[in-house]
Design a protein around this ligand. Structure first.
Ligand SMILES: C[S@@+](CC[C@H](N)C(=O)[O-])C[C@H]1O[C@@H](n2cnc3c(N)ncnc32)[C@H](O)[C@@H]1O
Length: 289
């Protein structure tokens, strides 16, 4: 984790000198090859999602299976050894297979517990971790691919946060690069009127019960996870997400001057027709000239 920078808050004009000094230090660090992240937005959505991720980091890989197919898809999309910025890198479930395929990966994450798990799984430091809020991220460089897998855009609570995320995505994408965003078609959730309860096995450790409630007016989802692990007393943690339709994603992308070039219902480029049972939505964008 030595290359991870801790975000700071620059509140007002009185802190301008301090900010200038930070900027100079950041430039110096960048010249040394270290990673820098800007001041943290620390909005309510970020605080809630960080607390939730901190609570789940230890069990995350037991709940969610690996997805090597994302790396296999990127091999078909971009050049060998391309630079990839993964937004919401979590425990490296997606990033480590990308490194296995020769990609040079930076992973942004707001949860220190998630990054600690990533560090354990990546003793060689193949992934460059960045502790920061992607709502305000500015690494002052671009990448061949900016990847937002597993609904990370929906970790935002408000449309303003999602617009800010799209601007961050656009500013980190090379002029000839690609943006790849995984979301889901929320049509079923939007008409859901009762809590939807799901049970997820957590390997040999126990079980996680998820309860999902929907507020259609704001497109928010309230997700509560209760962990029954290792025979210990159950622990609960909650977060708030904001779902968005594929057409809404295109609108946000257009605001950030990105244009849609392909949309699939899976990482094997299955056609997206809105009727796929898995409701998965993989969207590929390019910067507008
Ligand atoms: C659904 S998880 C996906 C993790 C990983 N990409 C994967 O597929 O396994 C979303 C991750 O994004 C992180 N995240 C959410 N909002 C964020 C933000 N504003 N800035 C940085 N990371 C964020 C969360 O902490 C969480 O680890």
């Amino acid at each position: 984790m030595s290359e991870t920078t801790t975000a700071e808050t620059v509140a007002d004009g009185a802190a301008a000198d301090e900010a200038a000094a930070d900027e100079a230090a950041a430039d110096e660090a960048a010249a040394d090859g270290a990673v820098t992240a800007p001041a943290d937005a620390s909005g309510l959505g970020t605080a809630i999602t960080t607390a939730y991720s901190d609570a789940l980091a230890d069990v995350y890989d037991d709940i969610y299976p690996g997805t090597p197919e994302i790396a296999e898809y990127l091999v078909t999309l971009t050049k060998p050894g391309a630079s990839v910025l993964e937004l919401g890198v979590g425990t490296g479930r997606v990033a480590l297979p990308l490194a296995d395929h020769g990609f040079r990966v930076h992973g942004v994450e707001t949860s220190e517990a998630m990054l600690a798990r990533l560090a354990e799984k990546d003793p060689e430091g193949r992934i460059t971790p960045v502790l920061g809020d992607l709502v305000r991220l500015d690494l002052e460089r671009t990448f061949d691919v900016v990847l937002a897998p597993f609904n990370v855009l929906c970790c935002a609570m408000t449309v303003d946060e999602q617009i800010a995320m799209m601007h961050a995505i656009a500013r980190h994408t090379a002029a000839d690069g690609h943006v790849v965003i995984e979301t889901f078609d929320p049509s079923d959730h939007h008409v859901q009127r009762k809590a939807d309860v799901t049970t997820r096995p957590a390997g040999t450790r126990g079980v996680v019960i998820e309860s999902l409630e929907v507020l259609p007016a704001s497109q928010n989802m309230l997700l509560n996870s209760t962990l029954f692990l290792d025979g210990a007393a159950p622990k609960s943690s909650s977060t708030v997400m904001r779902y968005l339709w594929p057409s809404e994603l295109d609108l946000l992308a257009a605001i950030a001057r990105l244009e849609l070039v392909a949309r699939y219902s899976g990482w094997q480029e299955q056609p997206f027709d809105g009727g796929d049972g898995r409701k998965m939505c993989v969207s590929v964008f390019r910067p507008l000239a």
